[in-house]
Design a protein around this ligand. Structure first.
Ligand code: COA
Length: 328
């Protein structure tokens, strides 16, 4: 048995993924998430990331499925991501087989793991989700446009902010947080989850839910994130972050930009969105798809705030990110 082989079941052999499996993984990944798949970009960093396992399943040498899990929350939770099954094998329960194997493997090497958490962008209904607790639903606003349109788009958003009086002197400013100590103090404040209505008391960074505990801050620190915080006082009512732009296969090759907003104040949400776009606009190239994740009550106002621009438009109608949990 090859050294990276970790088990067998249901006619499948499971292996820890290696760099040389990349092409086989990509061969089963065409059109996943409508071209928004992060795995082509993240695969190589995933297989070396501390606390992460990436498991592939082969049938007769042929790669047929992949699942990954990152152990978080001080070792108590595994966040599962990347699940995919070869198009020829879908609908036969294979996703269940690799998930059961991966859960067991993670528990074997991380015995303190008690639960698994995941996020997904489709809603198969309560019957299919019966094994899970639905911890939260987040609204998603998606925009797209060619990079050259974003300068004008950001200017138009700034104009709208000015016109609405949001930038006047009584407005609570958003500040960019670069100091890791200051950020840590904000994130570890025990009141923060209730004050910002954090989904399931977690911060979801680009689909990855993390409780605000010290060990998870080290994970967030690895991600090169850009943060803005309501700077009005010691107890911020709003916080936002963006993940660095990354390439996805959409439309022959595009950039994906994910912004996570936390808090429910629409003025702060508009200011934060404008600040994040302003920060990256000079780095954009080619087609860009922006996903903005937020409390459901903010969606309509942000959608109206962004509409009316010719070059940057809404990419899809209202959709949601579901945040799920179950014991394992
Ligand atoms: C989603 C996908 C992995 C399902 O694979 P499949 O083998 O056809 O799955 P099946 O319909 O046979 O379902 C088998 C099991 O997987 C689960 N499952 C199906 N879709 C799932 C999803 N998106 N996330 C988590 N579990 C899922 C089912 O609930 C079922 O679990 P159970 O046996 O414990 O009840 C497959 O269609 C695929 O690769 N799609 C493209 C990638 C993708 O959308 N991945 C979703 C990541 S959130």
């Amino acid at each position: 048995m090859a050294s990276h082989c970790v088990g067998e079941s249901d006619g499948l052999t499971f292996y820890l993924a290696r760099p040389e499996d990349y092409d086989d993984v990509m061969a089963i990944s065409h059109d996943i998430y409508g071209g928004m798949d992060y795995l082509p970009h993240r695969y190589h960093s995933w297989i070396t990331e501390p606390g992460r396992v990436v498991i592939i399943a082969r049938r007769d040498e042929k790669l047929v499925a992949l699942e990954s899990g990152l152990v978080v929350d001080g070792g108590e939770t595994v966040v599962v991501e990347g699940l995919r099954v070869s198009p020829h094998e879908r609908g036969c329960g294979l996703a269940g087989v690799i998930q059961t194997f991966a859960d067991g493997y993670v528990k074997k090497i991380h015995p303190r793991v008690k639960s698994k958490r995941l996020t997904r962008g489709d809603d198969p209904g309560p019957e299919k989700l019966r094994k899970f607790a639905l911890l939260a639903r987040r609204a998603v606003l998606s925009l797209w446009g060619k990079s050259e349109g974003f300068d004008g788009f950001v200017s138009s958003l700034k104009q709208k902010l000015l016109a609405s009086g949001v930038s006047n002197s009584s407005f609570r400013p958003l500040v960019s947080v670069q100091d890791s100590g200051a950020l840590q103090a904000v994130l570890l404040d025990p009141d923060l989850p209730s004050r910002l209505q954090l989904p399931g008391a977690a911060l979801i960074q680009d689909w990855q839910p993390l409780r605000l505990v010290q060990s998870n801050l080290q994970i967030l620190a690895r991600r090169d994130l850009t943060w803005f915080i309501d700077g009005s006082g010691e107890k911020p009512m709003f916080l936002s972050l963006h993940t660095p732009l990354y390439p996805v296969p959409f439309d022959g090759g595009s950039l994906r930009f994910n912004i996570d907003l936390y808090g429910t104040d629409p003025s702060l949400a508009k200011t934060a969105l404008t600040a994040h776009l302003d920060r990256v606009k000079s780095d954009l190239q080619g087609m860009v798809v922006v996903h903005i994740y937020m409390h459901q009550t903010l969606w309509k106002e942000l959608q109206q705030f962004c509409e009316g621009h010719e070059m940057v438009r809404q990419f899809r109608d209202y959709w949601e990110q579901l945040f799920l949990e179950r014991d394992i």
